[in-house]
Design a protein around this ligand. Structure first.
Ligand code: ADP
Length: 196
């Protein structure tokens, strides 16, 4: 039940001075920070983080096509893999553009909860109350694609336990990941041990 997720505050989040606000949301939800650092990603790291596989490309293609069609616009791209390759190259450029904050965050169902807290990939569709919906709502596929650049949506979070394991190993050495009891852990222990 306890899961770990790799969370990134991407260069737009750092430049827009949203680091504290974004991290507070995870802390306030009761999730635990196990590791955190600021760095400028090297090309090999960005390349390995945004691995191009067919399922991911199909998914990116379908999500973007849907959004175009909702606006009554024709989606001009034909090949999902080609489209995925373009987005991957934009992503790599963006990730290396300035400092990022990388975190390992832990908690019960952490992967699902953090994905819910960051909101939809397209901030325009992310509900208020989510990180993308509150801080980046004016970003859309249409705007990003017309400028041939990535969607600036502030955060990345692992979308499955397998990807979380791969991404955490990519960004952190084992000795950079800490183990401690948070106030939340102590509170829960107290509740479980108390007779009331
Ligand atoms: P998520 O970050 O929500 O897991 P994806 O894995 O589908 O989303 O895509 C990775 C990142 O690629 C997104 O966060 C976004 O920054 C960028 N991206 C995805 N699709 C597009 C697109 N059509 N145009 C521009 N950027 C995109």
């Amino acid at each position: 039940m306890n899961e770990q997720s790799l969370v990134l505050i991407k260069p737009d989040g750092v430049r827009r001075a949203l680091v504290g606000k974004i991290i507070s949301r995870f802390e306030e939800a009761g999730l635990k920070i196990l590791a955190m650092k600021m760095l400028v990603a090297e090309k090999f790291l960005a390349e390995n983080h945004y691995q191009l596989d067919e399922t991911w490309a199909q998914n990116v293609y379908a999500k973007t096509k849907n959004s175009y069609e909702k606006d009554g616009k024709k989606f001009p791209y034909k090949s999902a893999l080609e489209y995925g390759r373009t987005i991957q190259s934009w992503n790599m450029k963006f990730l290396c553009e300035g400092p990022v904050i990388a975190l390992v965050i832990e908690g019960p169902h952490a992967i699902e909860i953090i994905r819910k807290m960051i909101g939809s990939t397209e901030p325009r569709q992310a509900p208020p109350g989510t990180i993308r919906g509150d801080f980046a709502a004016i970003e859309s596929y249409a705007v990003a694609d017309s400028k041939r650049r990535v969607l600036r949506n502030l955060t990345h979070a692992s979308d499955s336990p397998e990807n979380a394991r791969r991404e955490i190993a990519l960004w952190f050495k084992p000795e950079e990941i800490h183990s401690y009891k948070s106030a939340h852990d102590i509170y829960l222990e107290h509740v479980e041990n108390s007779k009331n």
